[in-house]
Design a protein around this ligand. Structure first.
Ligand SMILES: NC(=O)c1ccc[n+]([C@@H]2O[C@H](COP(=O)([O-])OP(=O)(O)OC[C@H]3O[C@@H](n4cnc5c(N)ncnc54)[C@H](OP(=O)(O)O)[C@@H]3O)[C@@H](O)[C@H]2O)c1
Length: 350
């Protein structure tokens, strides 16, 4: 396989000296568990870790480095003494616990959609816009998974040619809908193979051996919430409020990894080699520059990078390009992005 340009926006061996005390809300979910694992393998000087989840998980014990940590019930938790909380709960839960946490002096990096479009909250992909964070911000929002893998690519193309219009079609893994969704794909597939009944619980239609062109609920304009997240969050992160961008989001029967077919129209004539070079320079992006090589969801599962391939001229446009963008939605699309934000925050403000 031929690829170029892998570099990560991580802090590596740091100059941090002060220990930090960290909490994870939603610690027993897909994103929360990945956050704990990435935190454990990072060089962050964590002196205390607290884990929060529902009453069902309270009392479960997890090992973290040389600590043993017991899960606490989020609803009744006090956050005194914590410096940072990594949030991996639903938006409704974030609405209730985040103000309690910031009131005790914690900074919260929240993965839910609750604060993403709040004008007072920075929405951050570190490779693109960490500069939007100031010392005054107590809440930092992590974007939607399908947005996180898209904006570093769009940002690179915008810098060299100016974005005129973007069309995104996504092929999103079931893990994007949480742990119960993994079980649903597995159980429904098994039931179909065994010709037995399956009572669907997570998705609105059959996901086994099928694609569902609807993620999250429908809005009045005919788009789904997931599609509008890509549109609105990309505009906010890139700082282009009037960016012409449209999206269609599709759930596919894949456990891990989101793929996106991205069609970009640029304002300025820009050559294919210039586009490839710009992508090569994006930290954490693995480029497949040859037209016959391409990344797939099964390649990126469990990996940190965003992979880009199938980069080619759109011959129907004066300066258009087609790209194929894939990433692990639970890692770069959620947990890793949050840990990168934490690493940068600790370096800059702690
Ligand atoms: N999965 C992804 O790819 C992805 C990507 C980007 C953003 N996100 C966002 O990240 C958040 C977490 O997603 P996820 O996929 O990790 O979901 P998940 O696997 O379903 O996990 C949900 C977490 O929330 C906890 N929880 C549920 N009800 C609770 C309650 N009443 N009180 C306290 N805790 C409760 C669960 O605890 P129990 O185990 O005790 O029930 C679990 O720890 C969501 O906002 C999601 O939209 C997810």
């Amino acid at each position: 396989m031929n690829y170029t340009g892998l570099r990560f926006e991580r802090c590596g061996e740091t100059t941090m000296t002060d220990a930090i005390r960290v909490g994870i809300a939603g610690a027993t979910g897909l994103v929360g568990e990945e956050m704990a694992s990435l935190l454990e393998s990072s060089s962050l000087p964590v002196s205390e870790l607290r884990l929060f989840a529902s009453a069902d998980s309270a009392g479960e014990r997890y090992a973290f480095r040389d600590l043993e940590v017991e899960v606490e019930e989020l609803g009744t938790a006090l956050f005194d003494g914590l410096d940072y909380i990594l949030g991996a709960t639903s938006a409704d839960l974030a609405e209730s616990y985040v103000p309690r946490a910031t009131a005790t002096g914690c900074r919260v990096i929240d993965n839910s959609s609750r604060f993403r479009m709040d004008d007072t909250v920075p929405l951050i992909v570190p490779e693109v816009n960490f500069a939007a964070v100031t010392d005054a911000h107590r809440i930092i929002a992590n974007p939607n998974c399908s947005t996180i893998q898209l904006v570093p690519v769009l940002n690179a193309l915008h810098e060299i040619g100016g974005l005129a219009r973007v069309v995104v079609s996504s092929y999103q893994a079931v893990s994007g809908a949480g742990r119960d969704a993994l079980d649903e794909l597995f159980e429904e597939t098994r039931a179909l193979m065994n010709q037995t009944e399956y009572q669907r619980d997570v998705f609105p239609a059959r996901i086994a051996f099928n694609c569902i062109p609807a993620i999250d609920t429908f809005l009045e304009n005919g788009y789904t919430k997931e599609e509008m997240k890509i549109i609105n969050e990309s505009r906010k992160i890139l700082g282009i409020p009037d960016l012409k961008i449209t999206a269609t989001c599709v759930r596919v029967p894949v456990f891990h990894g989101h793929a996106e077919s991205v069609n970009v129209s640029l304002e300025k004539e820009t050559s294919l080699p210039a586009v490839l070079e710009a992508l090569t320079n994006v930290p954490g992006l693995l480029l497949f520059p040859e037209s016959s090589a391409y990344p797939m969801q099964c390649d990126v599962a469990g990996q940190d990078h965003i992979a880009v391939g199938r980069v080619r001229r759109d011959e129907s446009l004066p300066c258009g390009y087609n790209l194929w963008v894939v990433a692990d939605n639970v890692r770069k699309g959620a947990a890793l992005n949050a840990i990168q934000i934490l690493e940068q925050l600790v370096r800059v403000v702690h």
